[in-house]
Design a protein around this ligand. Structure first.
Ligand code: UFG
Length: 322
């Protein structure tokens, strides 16, 4: 199949491309604002471009006869989305509509969208099922929720079928250690803790230790980036067979606190990791743990990796790029 992957040079997109090229023809479209061109598998065709560039997108669809789109190209930092909501709505929504309209024009009727557990806001029940109320508490989550809803309207109006994958906290690196997480301004927990282990930072600041959780720190459901990549292959096959618009949680169903993650990093790296307790970060829900049953039962996906393996693989990668 001919698949267009937007954001295919980013952390999650590049891991998906690495899996997809084993079975499909892949065209990556990325503006390289945040992505790394060297992460794009050489079996994929790479085109540098922006989602606002309708002309370029149209030419690409016409030339490559795209059959399905995987849409990763979104901004994804909760903190930044507080300070700059227009950036999030502009790219994640306006540019997203642009992509959808080019798809409709070119008779492409299937899309897999990178959504997020941020659509739930502060959950009322754990583990979170897909039917849980959507009540995002930041413009990032809002942009994901609205785009999912737009996809449903596009199904009704234009017969566009979609699967929205609501990722929980993605971690780890490729098994051959060729690609991994590399952000210009890192904000995520595991990469920052590993930077401390590598003496690139003095300490990890824990954002709040008086949450109503077992040890007072936030709890997250971590899922390996390779498992996420494989979820896209499974979703692709499922969408081809079922042609129904759906949303699914992609997590493992296991929650780990920030302190537990730091302890696991200490064990795996065998390094000292200094901790400083800091104030809560705005927009952090205390606990986000998926109920991934729907995706497992309907689509047949299952995670292969646990949190130890995620940290081990991330550690291998961090030592390599240091
Ligand atoms: N944390 C710290 N110190 C740090 C960094 C993070 O204590 O230096 C804590 C956060 O407060 C949070 C947990 O570690 O409790 C995880 O934080 P991350 O920044 O690694 O990840 P988030 O949970 O904020 O974000 C992830 C995805 C987003 C998604 C969001 C849903 O990266 O794309 O989950 O809330 F939207």
């Amino acid at each position: 199949m001919k698949i267009l992957v937007t954001g295919g040079a980013g952390y999650i997109g590049s891991h998906a491309v690495k899996e997809l090229v084993k079975e499909h023809e892949v065209i990556v479209y990325d503006n390289l604002e945040l992505g790394n061109k060297e992460f794009v598998d050489e079996k994929a065709i790479f085109i540098q471009g922006d989602l606002s560039d309708t002309k370029k997108l149209n030419e690409l669809f016409e030339e490559h006869k795209i059959e399905i789109v995987m849409h990763f190209a979104n901004y994804a930092l909760v903190g930044e989305s507080f300070e700059n909501p227009s950036k999030y709505f502009e790219n994640n929504l306006v540019n997203g509509f642009n992509l959808l309209d080019v798809m409709i024009k070119n008779n492409v009727n299937k899309i897999i969208f990178s959504s997020s557990c941020a659509v739930y806001g502060i959950p009322k029940e754990i583990p979170i099922i897909e039917k849980h109320t959507l009540n995002p508490i930041n413009s990032y989550g809002e942009s994901k929720m609205v785009f999912e809803r737009v996809l449903r309207y596009y199904d009704t109006a234009y017969n566009l079928k979609s699967i929205s994958l609501r990722y929980f906290n993605v971690a780890g690196a490729s098994l051959d250690n060729s690609i991994g997480e590399k952000h210009k301004d890192e904000t995520h927990l595991i990469p920052i803790v590993l930077d401390v282990a590598l003496n690139k930072r003095d300490n990890i600041k824990i954002f709040g230790e008086d949450y109503d959780t077992k040890d007072g720190t936030c709890i997250r459901d971590f899922v390996h980036v390779v498992d996420i990549a494989k979820a896209h292959l499974d979703a692709l096959n499922y969408l081809g067979k079922n042609m129904q618009t759906k949303s699914y949680n992609i997590g493992t169903g296991q929650g780990y606190s920030v302190k537990e993650v730091i302890d696991l990093c200490r064990q795996i790296t065998k390094k000292e990791i200094n901790v400083v307790i800091d104030k809560k970060r705005e927009g952090d829900p205390p606990m986000l743990v998926a109920d991934p049953k729907r995706f497992k039962e309907e689509v047949g996906w299952k995670e292969q990796f646990n949190i130890n393996e995620m940290i081990e693989h991330a550690w291998n990668w961090h030592q390599k790029i240091n």
